[in-house]
Design a protein around this ligand. Structure first.
Ligand SMILES: C[S@@+](CC[C@H](N)C(=O)[O-])C[C@H]1O[C@@H](n2cnc3c(N)ncnc32)[C@H](O)[C@@H]1O
Length: 292
């Protein structure tokens, strides 16, 4: 079976109107995406952010009459808008698994490998983490996750109690456990993240040291290390709570911060933490702090 996919690039203000038109013309699904390279990092659940230049994609049954569809779109929208219209035929496949095709084992630091289910890098040794993010964030391909994994690989994790705040796929907590953490506590306000973390914990045989916390709760005793790859604004808001979860002398690893936001985050944490200079990858930074 095949599908007809239609893309139309339009400005933010018109995107919802185009989406509605696609729905009315019989689209089975409509998605909105970035038409340029201006990522929106981690919208809150239920939030519908839009890019200044938005690609509206409609998926139609493969037997749709393309000429008639084009004509109806041309009639409904003015020529300025429909100039950016493109159509393609898609062969049927298991869409939610296609990311696996391009996902090869990736090494972070000296020994940490993130592997898509069951795959191993040929002839390499190290610490292997089998990962299937499902619908959650966290494969290692984003610079913020990569920075955190490299930090974990380069630091002593053995015997530590770790809190992974905003665990996504569970990638950081599972890496910490595989590197010797005694216990990892994870939380996330997205239920799909908790489910992916649970499944990845089982897959990696670390469930006995992986503690999934209820939304709004924190570990009962202060931990030795906090990993929080979220967003600058959220990290700033969370500072008092995170400071309360970390023992004096413990480390906090903050990521999900754009380089231009570093100063604001450092300032917000300076009261309770000795902050290190940011480490940068592409536009993103990781900032380490030591609890005073
Ligand atoms: C950028 S992802 C990081 C996932 C993973 N830890 C990694 O490093 O790849 C951020 C995660 O934090 C969660 N999150 C964002 N704000 C949160 C909040 N206020 N409380 C709990 N979880 C939050 C999101 O649902 C998302 O799964």
């Amino acid at each position: 079976m095949s599908w007809l996919q239609i893309h139309l690039i339009t400005e933010q203000e018109r995107a919802h109107l185009v989406a509605l038109l696609f729905e009315n013309l019989g689209a089975l699904s409509v998605t909105l995406g970035d038409a340029e390279d201006s990522p929106l990092f981690e919208p809150a659940p239920g939030e519908q952010p839009l890019w200044s230049s938005t690609r509206v994609t409609g998926l139609f049954p493969g037997d749709t009459d393309t000429d008639s569809l084009r004509q109806q779109i041309n009639q409904a929208l003015n020529r300025e808008v429909t100039r950016e219209l493109s159509l393609e035929i898609l062969k049927d496949q298991v869409w939610e698994r296609t990311w696996l095709d391009g996902f090869q084992p990736m090494r972070f630091g000296r020994r940490l490998w993130i592997c898509p289910d069951g795959r191993r890098p040929e002839g390499k040794s190290g610490i292997f983490i089998d990962l299937d993010p499902g619908l959650a964030f966290g494969t290692g391909t984003h610079p913020t996750t990569s920075l955190c994994l490299q930090w974990l690989d380069h630091n002593e994790i053995e015997g530590k109690r770790v809190l992974d705040f905003g665990c996504g796929s569970g990638i950081l907590a599972i890496a910490a456990i595989k590197l010797g953490a005694e216990q990892a506590y994870v939380l996330d306000h997205d239920p799909q993240a908790l489910s992916a973390t649970h499944d990845n914990g089982v897959k990696n045989g670390v469930s006995n040291r992986l503690n999934i916390l209820e939304n709004g709760s924190v570990p009962t005793a202060p931990v030795d290390l906090i990993l929080a790859n979220i967003l600058a604004g959220t990290l700033i808001d969370l500072e008092p709570g995170l400071a309360g979860c970390l023992r004096p002398g413990g480390s906090i690893i903050l990521s999900g911060i754009l380089a231009s936001q570093s100063d604001d985050v450092i300032q917000a944490y300076a009261g309770n933490f000795r902050m290190h200079p940011p480490k940068q990858a592409e536009d993103w930074v990781l900032i380490e702090g030591l609890r005073i």
